[in-house]
Design a protein around this ligand. Sequence first.
Ligand code: BTN
Length: 268
Amino acid sequence: MSDASLNLEILRTRLSDLPISGIIYHAITGSTNDDALDWINRGAEDGCLVVADAQTAGRGRLRRNWVTRQGSALAFSLILKPQPTDNLALYAPLGALAVARALEDLGAANPRIKWPNDVLIERKKVCGILTEAAWQGDVLSAVVLGIGINVASSAVRLEDDFRFPADSLQNHLGREIDRLDLLAEVLRSIFFWRQQLGSPQFIQEWNQRLAFRGEQVRINRPGRDVLAGEVLHIAPDGVLWIRQENGEETPVLAGDVESGIINRTPEE
Ligand code: BTN
């Protein structure tokens, strides 16, 4: 990895021009999302950031594990305090849009967003996003935007149990990537798109980057039957629309999209 090792000082300096109100850095931690949720209970403000070099209990969507090895990836959680009118379903896509933009700026070819929020390059997953909400009684107190990006080749190993083909930025770009630069770009992009959350421009950009548009996919829905159909578009409320084989246009509120023609890894 070409970047200097991460540490608190270097993070503070590099991110000083961004509206980050506090940083916690761990060389190793369980999960940065758990650290962020703890911090919210201790009064974290909007814009507080937890970064780790390695995670021992990284979490993904649908109770999956997320592996973060030392020196190989970006793993961070940003605490955001939503406006009362914000659509919470748009926070994960906010992260995905920001990552896609930052990866494109690095030279990645056409980063795509697999609904709702994985970022793919050449149909392989390089970034996963887990948003979690913190409540005080009935009142939403904060959103944790947890982002994991496979940066170095060592982030992705054959023995890892991927449900979806995965890749790293280094493999794709054929060069090493500085994690600090990448983190700064992703954060800058998050703060930009946050101002546009749910705007026509936001939804349009998301649709333009939507993976598998016009293709047949299967959607595994937690606790429900698998849906099959053609990916149409994302509506302004963040809902994915597909056209089933019988021609019926159907909204999808939750689930995992799988392309019908991806090359599945032997581990699956
Ligand atoms: C997924 O693809 O299912 C989401 C993966 C999210 C991983 C990130 S890494 C930083 C943050 N801390 C976690 O425990 N999870 C998120």
